[in-house]
Write a protein that binds this ligand. Structure first.
Ligand SMILES: *[C@@H]1O[C@H](CO)[C@@H](O)[C@H](O)[C@H]1NC(C)=O
Ligand SMILES: *[C@@H]1O[C@H](CO)[C@@H](O)[C@H](O)[C@H]1NC(C)=O
Length: 446
Protein backbone atom coordinates (compact mmCIF):
# COMPACT_ATOMS: atom_id res chain seq x y z
CA UNK A 1 0.00 0.00 0.00
CA UNK A 2 1.09 3.51 -0.53
CA UNK A 3 0.65 6.69 1.40
CA UNK A 4 1.52 10.19 0.33
CA UNK A 5 5.04 11.06 1.44
CA UNK A 6 3.84 14.38 2.73
CA UNK A 7 1.55 12.73 5.27
CA UNK A 8 4.19 10.23 6.22
CA UNK A 9 6.73 12.93 6.90
CA UNK A 10 4.41 15.10 8.93
CA UNK A 11 3.29 12.09 10.99
CA UNK A 12 6.92 11.18 11.47
CA UNK A 13 7.78 14.64 12.63
CA UNK A 14 4.98 14.65 15.17
CA UNK A 15 6.32 11.35 16.39
CA UNK A 16 9.94 12.47 16.52
CA UNK A 17 9.14 15.77 18.20
CA UNK A 18 6.95 14.13 20.81
CA UNK A 19 9.56 11.42 21.42
CA UNK A 20 12.28 14.04 21.76
CA UNK A 21 10.13 15.95 24.25
CA UNK A 22 9.71 12.83 26.29
CA UNK A 23 13.43 12.07 26.19
CA UNK A 24 14.38 15.49 27.49
CA UNK A 25 11.82 15.17 30.28
CA UNK A 26 13.22 11.74 31.09
CA UNK A 27 16.80 12.96 31.17
CA UNK A 28 15.98 16.04 33.25
CA UNK A 29 14.09 13.80 35.62
CA UNK A 30 17.19 11.60 35.85
CA UNK A 31 15.13 8.74 34.49
CA UNK A 32 17.92 7.15 32.55
CA UNK A 33 16.41 3.79 31.68
CA UNK A 34 12.69 3.98 32.25
CA UNK A 35 11.10 0.94 33.81
CA UNK A 36 7.70 1.66 32.41
CA UNK A 37 6.77 -0.49 29.46
CA UNK A 38 4.39 1.92 27.90
CA UNK A 39 4.69 5.64 27.98
CA UNK A 40 2.05 7.95 26.60
CA UNK A 41 3.61 10.42 24.24
CA UNK A 42 1.57 13.18 22.65
CA UNK A 43 0.97 11.38 19.43
CA UNK A 44 1.61 7.71 20.00
CA UNK A 45 2.27 5.07 22.55
CA UNK A 46 5.94 4.28 22.59
CA UNK A 47 7.19 1.02 23.96
CA UNK A 48 10.45 1.46 25.76
CA UNK A 49 12.46 -1.62 26.39
CA UNK A 50 13.56 -2.11 29.96
CA UNK A 51 16.81 -3.74 29.12
CA UNK A 52 18.62 -2.51 26.06
CA UNK A 53 21.36 -5.08 26.43
CA UNK A 54 19.36 -7.78 24.72
CA UNK A 55 18.49 -5.54 21.89
CA UNK A 56 22.07 -4.67 21.21
CA UNK A 57 23.11 -8.27 21.54
CA UNK A 58 20.50 -9.33 19.05
CA UNK A 59 21.17 -6.79 16.37
CA UNK A 60 24.91 -6.56 16.64
CA UNK A 61 27.26 -8.62 14.55
CA UNK A 62 29.74 -8.08 17.34
CA UNK A 63 27.94 -9.46 20.37
CA UNK A 64 30.71 -8.55 22.79
CA UNK A 65 29.55 -4.99 23.02
CA UNK A 66 26.71 -5.15 25.48
CA UNK A 67 26.47 -1.82 27.20
CA UNK A 68 24.14 0.96 26.21
CA UNK A 69 26.37 3.51 24.56
CA UNK A 70 24.23 5.99 22.80
CA UNK A 71 21.50 7.89 24.59
CA UNK A 72 18.75 7.24 22.09
CA UNK A 73 19.43 3.59 21.53
CA UNK A 74 17.11 2.65 24.33
CA UNK A 75 14.28 4.36 22.58
CA UNK A 76 14.24 2.10 19.60
CA UNK A 77 11.07 2.03 17.69
CA UNK A 78 8.57 -0.70 18.26
CA UNK A 79 9.39 -2.47 15.05
CA UNK A 80 13.04 -2.99 15.89
CA UNK A 81 12.05 -4.40 19.23
CA UNK A 82 9.67 -6.79 17.55
CA UNK A 83 12.49 -7.87 15.33
CA UNK A 84 14.16 -9.22 18.43
CA UNK A 85 11.63 -12.00 18.35
CA UNK A 86 12.93 -13.34 15.06
CA UNK A 87 13.72 -17.02 14.89
CA UNK A 88 17.34 -17.88 15.29
CA UNK A 89 17.32 -19.47 11.84
CA UNK A 90 16.93 -16.00 10.40
CA UNK A 91 20.55 -15.40 11.29
CA UNK A 92 21.86 -18.52 9.58
CA UNK A 93 23.36 -16.75 6.69
CA UNK A 94 25.17 -18.60 4.00
CA UNK A 95 28.30 -17.26 2.41
CA UNK A 96 27.98 -15.83 -1.05
CA UNK A 97 28.90 -18.67 -3.41
CA UNK A 98 31.95 -18.53 -5.57
CA UNK A 99 31.39 -17.12 -9.00
CA UNK A 100 31.64 -20.45 -10.75
CA UNK A 101 28.79 -21.87 -8.69
CA UNK A 102 26.57 -18.92 -9.47
CA UNK A 103 27.30 -19.16 -13.17
CA UNK A 104 26.49 -22.85 -13.24
CA UNK A 105 23.13 -22.18 -11.59
CA UNK A 106 22.33 -19.52 -14.06
CA UNK A 107 22.98 -21.68 -17.08
CA UNK A 108 20.36 -24.11 -15.83
CA UNK A 109 17.91 -21.29 -15.30
CA UNK A 110 18.57 -19.79 -18.66
CA UNK A 111 17.64 -23.02 -20.46
CA UNK A 112 14.45 -23.33 -18.51
CA UNK A 113 13.29 -19.75 -19.07
CA UNK A 114 14.04 -19.79 -22.76
CA UNK A 115 12.10 -22.98 -23.32
CA UNK A 116 9.10 -21.69 -21.41
CA UNK A 117 8.92 -18.31 -23.06
CA UNK A 118 9.06 -19.85 -26.54
CA UNK A 119 5.51 -21.02 -26.54
CA UNK A 120 2.85 -18.72 -25.17
CA UNK A 121 0.15 -21.35 -25.04
CA UNK A 122 2.40 -23.62 -23.02
CA UNK A 123 2.73 -20.92 -20.38
CA UNK A 124 -1.03 -20.74 -19.97
CA UNK A 125 -1.32 -24.48 -19.84
CA UNK A 126 1.43 -24.66 -17.30
CA UNK A 127 -0.28 -22.15 -15.06
CA UNK A 128 -3.56 -24.01 -15.33
CA UNK A 129 -1.92 -27.35 -14.70
CA UNK A 130 -0.01 -26.20 -11.66
CA UNK A 131 -2.95 -27.05 -9.43
CA UNK A 132 -1.07 -28.44 -6.45
CA UNK A 133 0.47 -25.15 -5.44
CA UNK A 134 -2.62 -23.19 -6.45
CA UNK A 135 -4.82 -25.37 -4.26
CA UNK A 136 -2.39 -24.77 -1.43
CA UNK A 137 -2.77 -21.00 -1.77
CA UNK A 138 -6.57 -21.31 -2.05
CA UNK A 139 -6.90 -23.15 1.25
CA UNK A 140 -9.60 -21.76 3.50
CA UNK A 141 -11.31 -19.75 0.77
CA UNK A 142 -14.97 -19.95 -0.17
CA UNK A 143 -15.95 -21.57 -3.46
CA UNK A 144 -16.77 -18.22 -5.05
CA UNK A 145 -13.34 -16.92 -4.13
CA UNK A 146 -11.74 -20.01 -5.60
CA UNK A 147 -13.73 -19.36 -8.74
CA UNK A 148 -12.38 -15.82 -8.87
CA UNK A 149 -8.75 -16.98 -8.86
CA UNK A 150 -9.14 -19.05 -12.03
CA UNK A 151 -7.19 -17.43 -14.80
CA UNK A 152 -9.56 -15.87 -17.38
CA UNK A 153 -9.52 -17.39 -20.84
CA UNK A 154 -9.38 -13.93 -22.47
CA UNK A 155 -6.59 -11.40 -22.16
CA UNK A 156 -8.81 -9.06 -20.19
CA UNK A 157 -5.87 -6.88 -19.16
CA UNK A 158 -3.40 -6.86 -22.04
CA UNK A 159 -0.07 -5.13 -21.71
CA UNK A 160 0.77 -4.27 -25.30
CA UNK A 161 2.65 -1.05 -24.76
CA UNK A 162 5.91 -0.60 -26.65
CA UNK A 163 9.29 0.13 -25.15
CA UNK A 164 10.45 3.60 -26.19
CA UNK A 165 13.76 3.48 -24.34
CA UNK A 166 14.54 -0.20 -24.54
CA UNK A 167 17.56 -0.74 -22.34
CA UNK A 168 18.31 -3.73 -24.53
CA UNK A 169 21.98 -3.80 -23.55
CA UNK A 170 21.56 -3.61 -19.79
CA UNK A 171 21.71 -7.38 -19.36
CA UNK A 172 24.40 -9.33 -21.10
CA UNK A 173 23.66 -12.94 -22.10
CA UNK A 174 27.19 -14.03 -21.19
CA UNK A 175 26.85 -12.60 -17.68
CA UNK A 176 23.23 -13.09 -16.60
CA UNK A 177 22.32 -11.18 -13.44
CA UNK A 178 21.54 -12.76 -10.13
CA UNK A 179 19.39 -9.74 -9.27
CA UNK A 180 17.60 -7.21 -11.41
CA UNK A 181 16.53 -4.20 -9.37
CA UNK A 182 13.46 -2.58 -10.92
CA UNK A 183 13.43 0.89 -9.44
CA UNK A 184 10.39 3.15 -9.44
CA UNK A 185 11.33 6.82 -9.22
CA UNK A 186 9.53 10.01 -10.15
CA UNK A 187 10.73 11.28 -13.49
CA UNK A 188 11.84 14.71 -12.26
CA UNK A 189 13.69 13.30 -9.23
CA UNK A 190 17.03 13.11 -10.99
CA UNK A 191 18.87 13.69 -7.71
CA UNK A 192 17.13 10.75 -6.16
CA UNK A 193 18.38 8.48 -8.92
CA UNK A 194 21.86 9.93 -8.46
CA UNK A 195 21.67 9.14 -4.74
CA UNK A 196 20.62 5.56 -5.45
CA UNK A 197 23.38 5.13 -8.06
CA UNK A 198 25.95 6.46 -5.59
CA UNK A 199 24.81 4.35 -2.62
CA UNK A 200 23.12 0.95 -2.63
CA UNK A 201 22.59 0.96 -6.40
CA UNK A 202 26.33 1.34 -7.02
CA UNK A 203 26.78 -2.40 -6.60
CA UNK A 204 25.36 -2.71 -10.13
CA UNK A 205 28.29 -0.82 -11.62
CA UNK A 206 31.13 -1.40 -9.16
CA UNK A 207 30.26 -4.93 -8.12
CA UNK A 208 31.51 -4.03 -4.68
CA UNK A 209 30.02 -3.28 -1.27
CA UNK A 210 31.55 -1.75 1.86
CA UNK A 211 33.60 -4.34 3.76
CA UNK A 212 32.56 -7.21 1.48
CA UNK A 213 35.57 -9.03 0.07
CA UNK A 214 33.90 -12.07 -1.44
CA UNK A 215 32.78 -12.09 -5.03
CA UNK A 216 29.44 -10.39 -5.55
CA UNK A 217 27.12 -11.87 -8.19
CA UNK A 218 26.03 -9.69 -11.10
CA UNK A 219 23.39 -7.13 -10.17
CA UNK A 220 21.61 -4.82 -12.62
CA UNK A 221 19.61 -1.72 -11.80
CA UNK A 222 16.86 -0.41 -14.05
CA UNK A 223 14.75 2.72 -13.58
CA UNK A 224 11.28 2.30 -15.06
CA UNK A 225 9.19 5.03 -16.69
CA UNK A 226 5.98 5.49 -18.56
CA UNK A 227 5.14 8.66 -20.40
CA UNK A 228 2.69 11.53 -20.40
CA UNK A 229 0.16 11.60 -23.25
CA UNK A 230 2.73 13.25 -25.50
CA UNK A 231 5.90 11.41 -24.68
CA UNK A 232 8.42 13.09 -27.01
CA UNK A 233 10.10 15.50 -24.57
CA UNK A 234 10.22 13.03 -21.71
CA UNK A 235 11.60 10.40 -24.02
CA UNK A 236 14.45 12.61 -25.22
CA UNK A 237 15.39 13.53 -21.64
CA UNK A 238 15.38 9.90 -20.63
CA UNK A 239 17.39 8.92 -23.71
CA UNK A 240 19.97 11.37 -22.50
CA UNK A 241 20.06 9.88 -19.03
CA UNK A 242 20.15 6.44 -20.60
CA UNK A 243 23.18 7.39 -22.69
CA UNK A 244 24.97 8.53 -19.56
CA UNK A 245 24.09 5.71 -17.20
CA UNK A 246 22.59 2.90 -19.27
CA UNK A 247 19.96 2.06 -16.69
CA UNK A 248 16.73 3.53 -18.10
CA UNK A 249 13.67 1.83 -19.56
CA UNK A 250 10.57 3.63 -20.77
CA UNK A 251 7.32 2.35 -22.25
CA UNK A 252 4.51 4.27 -23.94
CA UNK A 253 1.69 3.96 -21.40
CA UNK A 254 0.58 6.94 -19.31
CA UNK A 255 2.50 6.95 -16.04
CA UNK A 256 -0.01 7.73 -13.31
CA UNK A 257 -1.02 6.49 -9.89
CA UNK A 258 -3.86 4.41 -11.29
CA UNK A 259 -1.45 2.93 -13.84
CA UNK A 260 1.08 1.81 -11.25
CA UNK A 261 0.24 -1.85 -11.85
CA UNK A 262 1.10 -1.33 -15.53
CA UNK A 263 4.45 0.04 -14.49
CA UNK A 264 5.43 -3.15 -12.71
CA UNK A 265 3.89 -5.30 -15.48
CA UNK A 266 6.14 -3.33 -17.78
CA UNK A 267 9.09 -4.32 -15.59
CA UNK A 268 8.11 -7.99 -15.85
CA UNK A 269 7.74 -7.68 -19.60
CA UNK A 270 11.13 -6.01 -19.83
CA UNK A 271 12.75 -8.83 -17.85
CA UNK A 272 11.03 -11.41 -20.07
CA UNK A 273 12.19 -9.64 -23.21
CA UNK A 274 15.63 -8.26 -22.42
CA UNK A 275 16.83 -10.08 -19.33
CA UNK A 276 15.16 -13.51 -19.27
CA UNK A 277 17.99 -15.20 -17.37
CA UNK A 278 17.67 -13.03 -14.26
CA UNK A 279 17.51 -15.22 -11.22
CA UNK A 280 15.56 -12.79 -9.05
CA UNK A 281 13.63 -9.60 -9.73
CA UNK A 282 13.37 -6.93 -7.06
CA UNK A 283 10.77 -4.19 -7.25
CA UNK A 284 11.92 -1.25 -5.17
CA UNK A 285 10.58 2.28 -4.58
CA UNK A 286 12.69 5.41 -4.63
CA UNK A 287 12.52 6.14 -0.92
CA UNK A 288 14.03 2.78 0.02
CA UNK A 289 17.47 1.80 1.21
CA UNK A 290 18.15 -1.74 0.05
CA UNK A 291 20.93 -3.82 1.57
CA UNK A 292 21.65 -5.77 -1.59
CA UNK A 293 24.20 -8.06 0.04
CA UNK A 294 21.97 -9.07 2.94
CA UNK A 295 19.30 -9.83 0.35
CA UNK A 296 21.62 -11.94 -1.79
CA UNK A 297 22.81 -13.86 1.24
CA UNK A 298 19.24 -14.58 2.25
CA UNK A 299 18.21 -15.65 -1.25
CA UNK A 300 21.21 -17.97 -1.51
CA UNK A 301 19.87 -19.88 1.47
CA UNK A 302 16.22 -20.40 0.53
CA UNK A 303 14.32 -23.10 -1.28
CA UNK A 304 12.91 -21.82 -4.52
CA UNK A 305 10.75 -24.63 -5.90
CA UNK A 306 8.76 -24.23 -9.12
CA UNK A 307 6.96 -22.13 -10.11
CA UNK A 308 8.89 -19.70 -7.84
CA UNK A 309 8.53 -17.50 -4.81
CA UNK A 310 7.52 -14.02 -3.76
CA UNK A 311 9.46 -12.57 -0.85
CA UNK A 312 8.83 -9.48 1.24
CA UNK A 313 7.05 -8.07 4.26
CA UNK A 314 3.69 -9.85 4.18
CA UNK A 315 0.38 -8.11 4.72
CA UNK A 316 -1.92 -10.85 5.95
CA UNK A 317 -5.64 -10.88 5.25
CA UNK A 318 -5.81 -7.19 4.36
CA UNK A 319 -9.36 -5.96 3.84
CA UNK A 320 -10.37 -4.53 0.49
CA UNK A 321 -11.37 -0.88 0.64
CA UNK A 322 -14.22 0.13 -1.63
CA UNK A 323 -13.80 3.91 -1.59
CA UNK A 324 -11.13 6.53 -1.13
CA UNK A 325 -7.59 6.51 -2.45
CA UNK A 326 -7.31 2.73 -2.32
CA UNK A 327 -10.90 1.93 -3.17
CA UNK A 328 -11.31 -0.99 -5.56
CA UNK A 329 -14.49 -1.57 -7.51
CA UNK A 330 -16.45 -4.65 -6.43
CA UNK A 331 -16.86 -5.78 -10.04
CA UNK A 332 -13.11 -5.93 -10.55
CA UNK A 333 -12.43 -7.66 -7.27
CA UNK A 334 -15.38 -9.06 -5.28
CA UNK A 335 -13.65 -10.81 -2.34
CA UNK A 336 -13.62 -8.88 0.93
CA UNK A 337 -9.92 -9.36 1.59
CA UNK A 338 -6.76 -9.71 -0.46
CA UNK A 339 -4.73 -12.87 -0.44
CA UNK A 340 -1.57 -12.42 1.61
CA UNK A 341 0.67 -10.07 -0.31
CA UNK A 342 3.98 -8.32 0.17
CA UNK A 343 4.31 -4.60 0.80
CA UNK A 344 4.92 -2.80 -2.45
CA UNK A 345 7.88 -0.73 -1.32
CA UNK A 346 10.26 -3.68 -1.84
CA UNK A 347 9.57 -7.25 -2.87
CA UNK A 348 11.33 -10.04 -4.71
CA UNK A 349 10.00 -12.42 -7.39
CA UNK A 350 11.84 -15.44 -8.79
CA UNK A 351 12.98 -14.66 -12.30
CA UNK A 352 11.68 -18.01 -13.50
CA UNK A 353 8.16 -16.94 -12.48
CA UNK A 354 8.12 -13.69 -14.42
CA UNK A 355 6.75 -15.13 -17.66
CA UNK A 356 3.87 -16.77 -15.82
CA UNK A 357 3.27 -13.71 -13.64
CA UNK A 358 2.92 -11.46 -16.67
CA UNK A 359 0.73 -13.96 -18.48
CA UNK A 360 -1.55 -14.39 -15.47
CA UNK A 361 -1.67 -10.61 -14.89
CA UNK A 362 -2.89 -10.11 -18.44
CA UNK A 363 -5.63 -12.67 -17.86
CA UNK A 364 -7.01 -11.13 -14.66
CA UNK A 365 -9.09 -7.95 -14.22
CA UNK A 366 -6.90 -4.90 -13.61
CA UNK A 367 -6.55 -3.86 -9.97
CA UNK A 368 -4.53 -0.68 -9.60
CA UNK A 369 -3.16 -1.57 -6.16
CA UNK A 370 0.00 -2.99 -7.61
CA UNK A 371 1.34 -4.95 -4.64
CA UNK A 372 -2.01 -6.53 -3.76
CA UNK A 373 -2.62 -7.37 -7.42
CA UNK A 374 0.77 -8.79 -8.40
CA UNK A 375 2.06 -10.34 -5.18
CA UNK A 376 -1.42 -11.28 -3.90
CA UNK A 377 -3.94 -11.97 -6.65
CA UNK A 378 -1.63 -12.89 -9.52
CA UNK A 379 0.70 -14.80 -7.22
CA UNK A 380 -2.28 -16.90 -6.10
CA UNK A 381 -3.35 -17.60 -9.67
CA UNK A 382 0.16 -18.77 -10.56
CA UNK A 383 0.60 -20.65 -7.28
CA UNK A 384 3.81 -18.97 -6.10
CA UNK A 385 4.85 -19.51 -2.52
CA UNK A 386 4.99 -16.33 -0.45
CA UNK A 387 7.78 -15.84 2.10
CA UNK A 388 7.30 -13.35 4.89
CA UNK A 389 10.53 -11.64 5.88
CA UNK A 390 10.33 -8.92 8.49
CA UNK A 391 13.70 -7.56 7.47
CA UNK A 392 11.81 -5.89 4.64
CA UNK A 393 9.88 -2.72 5.36
CA UNK A 394 6.29 -2.01 6.26
CA UNK A 395 4.57 0.72 4.29
CA UNK A 396 4.47 3.03 7.31
CA UNK A 397 7.82 2.35 8.93
CA UNK A 398 9.71 5.35 10.30
CA UNK A 399 13.12 6.12 8.81
CA UNK A 400 15.82 3.67 9.93
CA UNK A 401 18.51 4.68 12.40
CA UNK A 402 21.95 5.23 10.92
CA UNK A 403 23.37 1.91 12.11
CA UNK A 404 20.26 -0.18 11.42
CA UNK A 405 21.88 -2.13 8.64
CA UNK A 406 24.45 -3.62 10.96
CA UNK A 407 21.74 -6.13 11.64
CA UNK A 408 22.39 -8.78 8.96
CA UNK A 409 18.69 -9.60 8.94
CA UNK A 410 17.77 -6.12 7.80
CA UNK A 411 17.18 -5.98 4.05
CA UNK A 412 15.19 -2.86 3.28
CA UNK A 413 14.13 0.34 5.00
CA UNK A 414 11.62 2.90 3.84
CA UNK A 415 11.45 6.65 4.33
CA UNK A 416 15.07 7.31 3.44
CA UNK A 417 15.67 10.59 1.67
CA UNK A 418 18.83 11.21 -0.35
CA UNK A 419 20.82 12.48 2.64
CA UNK A 420 19.84 9.57 4.82
CA UNK A 421 20.77 7.16 2.03
CA UNK A 422 24.26 8.65 2.01
CA UNK A 423 24.56 8.44 5.80
CA UNK A 424 23.40 4.83 5.82
CA UNK A 425 25.87 4.05 3.08
CA UNK A 426 28.76 5.64 5.00
CA UNK A 427 27.71 3.82 8.15
CA UNK A 428 28.20 0.48 6.39
CA UNK A 429 31.94 0.95 6.38
CA UNK A 430 32.13 0.58 10.16
CA UNK A 431 32.85 -3.00 10.97
CA UNK A 432 30.45 -3.48 13.84
CA UNK A 433 27.62 -1.79 15.63
CA UNK A 434 29.82 -0.30 18.33
CA UNK A 435 32.14 1.34 15.83
CA UNK A 436 29.19 2.59 13.90
CA UNK A 437 27.51 4.15 16.91
CA UNK A 438 30.77 5.60 18.15
CA UNK A 439 31.12 7.28 14.81
CA UNK A 440 27.56 8.54 14.94
CA UNK A 441 28.27 9.92 18.37
CA UNK A 442 31.24 11.82 17.05
CA UNK A 443 29.07 13.00 14.14
CA UNK A 444 31.36 11.39 11.66
CA UNK A 445 28.71 9.51 9.77
CA UNK A 446 25.90 12.00 9.33
C1 LIG B 1 -3.27 4.36 -18.14
O1 LIG B 1 -2.53 4.14 -19.33
C2 LIG B 1 -3.30 4.07 -20.51
C3 LIG B 1 -2.38 3.77 -21.64
O2 LIG B 1 -1.45 4.76 -21.84
C4 LIG B 1 -4.03 5.39 -20.74
O3 LIG B 1 -4.86 5.28 -21.87
C5 LIG B 1 -4.88 5.71 -19.52
O4 LIG B 1 -5.44 6.96 -19.65
C6 LIG B 1 -4.02 5.67 -18.27
N1 LIG B 1 -4.89 5.87 -17.12
C7 LIG B 1 -4.72 6.85 -16.27
C8 LIG B 1 -5.76 6.97 -15.23
O5 LIG B 1 -3.75 7.59 -16.28
C1 LIG C 1 -1.53 -15.33 5.64
O1 LIG C 1 -0.53 -14.97 6.55
C2 LIG C 1 -0.86 -15.25 7.88
C3 LIG C 1 0.22 -14.66 8.75
O2 LIG C 1 1.50 -14.97 8.27
C4 LIG C 1 -1.01 -16.75 8.06
O3 LIG C 1 -1.38 -17.05 9.39
C5 LIG C 1 -2.09 -17.25 7.12
O4 LIG C 1 -2.16 -18.64 7.18
C6 LIG C 1 -1.77 -16.81 5.70
N1 LIG C 1 -2.88 -17.15 4.85
C7 LIG C 1 -2.76 -17.97 3.84
C8 LIG C 1 -4.01 -18.21 3.05
O5 LIG C 1 -1.71 -18.50 3.54
Amino acid sequence: MLISNRCLYSCMWIFIVSSATFMSVAIIGNLKYPDANIINGNAKKVVIKKDVTNFIKDVAIDTKYQKPFFPDVEQDNVKDLQRNDLPQSAYDIKKIPKETEVKQDMKEDMKETLVKSDDEITVEEEIRSNQDQVQETLKGMSSSEREYYKMRTERVNPFDYEFLVKGENICEPHDPPYLVLLCLTRFYDIENREAIRKTWGSVATTRSWPLVNSKIPTVKIVFLFGGPVDTKVKQSILEDESARYGDIVMADFVDSYVNLTYKVMMGLKWVNTYCPQAKYIVKVDQDMFLHVINLIRYLEGIDDPDPGIVLGYVNARARVLRSGKWGVNFDLYPPTSYPNYTNGNTYVISGKASVKMLKAAEHMPYVFIEDAFLTGIVRTVVGLKIIDHQGFARWNDPPPRICSFHNPFRIAATNTDDTLKESLWKALKYRNLKNCYDAVKRHRVA
